[in-house]
Write a protein that binds this ligand. Sequence first.
Ligand code: MG
Length: 162
Amino acid sequence: MKHPFRIGYGEDIHRLVPNRPLILCGTKIDSPLGLDGHSDADVAFHALSDALLGAIGEGDIGKHFPPDDPSCEGIDSSKIVQKCLGLVKKHGYCIGNVDLFILAEAPKLRPYEEAMKKRLSEVLGIEISDIGLQFGTNEKLDAVGEGKAIRATCICLLEEAK
Ligand code: MG
């Protein structure tokens, strides 16, 4: 039997390094350090992609976008999200709402909240009112708290498409 609702969870962490842009939710953030990775390293979009895949039982983004695949090099992670959204639609679901949490010691992300939500709304094709976006620090604890990494977690609710 097909469930009318499905829930998904995703999380990701990337290292902060010099000489890389910092991109979160498809939004360029002013920062001396950026996230390291094979793609544009948008940790928030990666957590979101894994939440979408998890909800439909399609594995994780490492399975769909192998890190050794040269076609993924420097890829705009909105393309990863959109491919995952395509799979969601193929399974007969649409997004009810998403809730993203980004943990970073620095920089302050609050000034980018509106821009990030707007980009999420464009990429996912949902209303801004269906997007939760929260920010926190890690209280100076562990790699995130020491400013060495940024972590993101995401949950999403899918509804059976009409
Ligand atoms: Mg990642």
